[in-house]
Design a protein around this ligand. Structure first.
Ligand code: DX5
Ligand code: ZN
Length: 215
C-alpha cells in the first residue's frame, strides 16, 4: 500500500500539534517537514527548533525535506532535533556523496531530491547508499502548486532501475499531489506520496488521506 506523508507546510502553524495528531489518526505514515531558507528556494519556513518542538507530539517518522543551500552545515542540527529521514537536493550539493555519508553516519535514513528538470542520471552512482529518492512534481518553494506531468516518465524510469538493481529504495513524490494525480504517480511506481494542500485544505483530513491513497 502506498504511504502518505502529509506536508505540514499547509497546516495551521498556530495549531501544529493538533494538525499533526489529526493526520496521524487519519492513517498518515510520515510527517513531511519542508525546510526552506530563502536562498535555495524563494521562501522561508521551518528550522530545527520547530522539528524539536513537534518531535514529542507524534510517533510517526519525521521526513525532513531540506530545501536549503549548504545542507552539510545543518544536517546534524536536524538529526539532533529528531529527524528520522533527511533528504537533500542534488542541486544544492557540490559533493553529494560526502553529504550522503554525513547523513548515514548520524544513523538516520537518507534521501536525495531531484527538481523536475534534474535527470535521474545525477544519482545513478549513489543509489546504493539511499533509502529514498524524492522526485519533485512542482518547482519547490510553495504549497498549492500544479502537478507537472512531465515528471511521470522519470518516476517510471527510476522505478525500473530500482527493480533491475534489486534495491530497496522508496520513491517519494512531492508537489501538486491530489486524489487524481496520486493515481498517476502510483501507477508510475511512486511508493510515498507527499500531500500538503490536498489534505490540510479539507475539513475531513482522514477522508482526504484515504482518497489520496486510493481507498
Ligand atoms: C514544495 C514542498 C511541498 C509542498 C507540497 O516545495 O516541498 O512538500 O508542501 O504542497 P502541495 O501538496 O500543496 O503541492
Ligand atoms: Zn516537500
Amino acid at each position: 500500500m502506498v504511504k502518505i506523508a502529509p506536508s505540514i507546510l499547509s497546516a495551521n502553524f498556530a495549531r501544529l500539534e493538533d494538525d499533526i495528531k489529526d493526520v496521524e489518526l487519519g492513517g498518515a505514515d510520515y510527517i513531511h517537514v519542508d525546510v526552506m531558507d530563502g536562498h535555495f528556494v524563494p521562501n522561508i519556513t521551518i528550522g530545527p527548533l520547530i522539528v524539536n518542538a513537534i518531535r514529542p507530539v507524534t510517533k510517526l517518522p519525521l521526513d525532513v525535506h531540506l530545501m536549503i543551500q549548504n545542507p552539510d552545515q545543518y544536517i546534524e542540527d536536524f538529526a539532533k532535533a529528531g529527524a528520522d529521514l533527511i533528504s537533500v537536493h542534488v542541486e544544492a550539493c557540490n559533493h553529494l556523496h560526502r553529504t550522503i555519508q554525513q547523513i548515514k553516519k548520524l544513523g538516520i535514513k537518507t534521501g536525495v531530491v531531484l527538481n523536475p528538470h534534474t535527470p535521474i542520471e545525477m544519482i545513478q552512482h549513489v543509489l546504493e547508499d539511499l533509502d529514498l529518492v524524492l522526485l519533485m512534481t512542482v518547482n519547490p518553494g510553495f504549497g498549492g502548486q500544479t502537478f507537472i506531468p512531465q515528471v511521470l516518465p522519470k518516476i517510471k524510469a527510476l522505478s525500473e532501475i530500482i527493480k533491475e538493481k534489486n534495491l530497496s529504495i522508496e520513491i517519494e513524490v512531492d508537489g501538486g499531489v491530489n486524489k487524481e494525480t496520486a493515481k498517476l504517480c502510483v501507477e508510475a511506481g511512486a511508493t510515498v506520496l507527499v500531500a500538503g494542500s490536498a489534505i490540510y485544505s479539507q475539513k475531513d483530513r482522514h477522508k482526504a488521506i484515504s482518497e489520496i491513497r486510493g481507498n
